[in-house]
Design a binder for this molecule. Sequence first.
Ligand code: IMP
Length: 426
Amino acid sequence: MAVDLLLGLQWGDEGKGKIVDVLTKNYDIIARFQGGPNAGHTLEFDGIKHVLRTIPSGIFHKNNVNLIGNGVVIDPVVFVKELEGLDQYQIDYKKNLLISRKAHLILPTHRLLDAASEASKGKAKIGSTLKGIGPTYMDKTGRNGIRVGDLEFDNWEEKYRALADKHEAMIGFYNVNIEYDLADLEAEFFSAIEILKTLTFIDSEEYIAQAQKDGKTILAEGAQGSLLDIDFGTYPFVTSSNTTAAGACTGLGVAPNKVNGVFGIFKAYTTRVGSGPFPTELFDDVGATMAKVGNEFGAVTGRPRRCGWLDLVALRYAVQINGVTELIMMKADVLSGFEKIKVCTAYNYNGKNVEHLPYSIDAAHITPVYIELEGWNDDLAGITNETDLPKALNDYISFIENELQIPITIVSVGPDRTQTIHRNSR
Ligand code: IMP
């Protein structure tokens, strides 16, 4: 069986957790392939709200296997807290949650290095979630990292000590004031490692290959979004992994010709958390209303998210890079009440209108070109059928489909599992 991918097409926070949870019933295995606890995947059902960080969003369905792939970076301390948060749900982790031996570990000193690096950048800071993601991927590509599989060998603590000592020396080089007590952090880290070791570690690429041979259905769950991709995002204001479709191949060991559906998820508007260019960002009451109605605060850091109109130039780019086959539109309900809805269809780049994403999308180089569509006033929260959607929203959906030439198969009208409209007419 081929693997389906679910990916964020903007700057993250599109609502991947909710949709993975909704789609899980169609799959045997849900597999995360990149990122780490910088992600906060929010799920709401039965009056409960739950934020997952490293664990795939299929975990609440008892019949699925959830796999943390080799492309993910795991902070044992955060991971154990995540497990504790799930205690009340009687999940059989030994069976339902598998971890790739090739996934890299985030050490306490990776978090400290992240903090030192950001502090040293001053105003040019990335706006990192400070979870140690960048330094951990640096050690991975620098071939210094410690992997989950190392925990099965006796000498891993020697490797740990050498690496942590090196990190401490590096923190010194940044010449910034970072206060920490490494002994405390290490006590917490080593006790979390003992809990991590009680879980099932596997050769995940082998497991996935076998599952495919056995006809099992697999959904690969992305984290962050395409514009935060280390290669194709708004560098350097990006995360440190490939968040795009190719990342699912390297982050799970899935061959490109074994990828089937690519589900691209986007909000009906745009948000961004952290620094970096954002062409359609709004600094007025409209942006403030989107933030308020959409409850746009980071699930991991609580930081307010920047808000703006839908950017079709950026979305077209993400659709192309990922080979998106179906689109999923989130938070349509948040746009209810605006008299007019604007959509950016092109950028004016050095005096010329362009429809592709140029090398720099800094405000100094581009100005967004908008068209205006009619808004709608209806409260969408209780709508469960596509035929009940307001005409203006249907027109908005058709406009986007037409521009991108990809069908929108799901429209989400609220955070709960039940507030999900499948567009069967598509
Ligand atoms: P880092 O990956 O934590 O180093 O953060 C790098 C950039 O990616 C920052 O702008 C973060 O705000 C952003 N970022 C990282 N993870 C997420 C996410 O899950 N959602 C949205 N933005 C994220």
